[in-house]
Design a protein. Sequence first.
Length: 195
Amino acid sequence: MDYQLTSILEGLPDHGVIGVGRLDGESKGEYAPILYRKSKFLPVRSGWFWLSETPSVPGSMSWDTACERICTWADFGAFQFYNTHLDHVSALAQLRGAQLILGRMEDSPTLLTGDLNVVPTDPVIEFIRSVGFADAIAPVSQSTFHNWRTEELGQIDYIFSRGLVAQSPAILTAQLHGRDASDHFAVTANFSCKR
């Protein structure tokens, strides 16, 4: 949501952001943003598209998806970055969305992150791995979704990489003043280029 992103950026004044709201292509609805440290990275190109049969149409939906879904991307020269949130209901939308995203990628070092709403044994994850991506935080024994610590679904949040080396992967479970920042735990990793 726009107000959440604004609040985050207030605490990260050295960061830029790429992304739009998924409902209107402007500020309405959930974002799948890419934040980057301006002193270290400069996007060469960037954009976003909807996970649908008409990906350039804001708010478009296909494949029995429960709601609008979007993918944000950026080319930082040395690597590309894609961030998304797949549908939580339709298995067809999950798979078609992943196929659309991977079909738009170039053959270069790439990161793919997001809440994919599927566990590691799902065909969507198998498909992503089949085209050369590695899960930076696998294997994990802890759920990344916790619904405010009331349930666990397993790992549904991912950091995939191709042509990059993951270092220090982690699932962050710490609370601040007894509160969680989200109903998901953050997943993190550092990356370096393959030599």
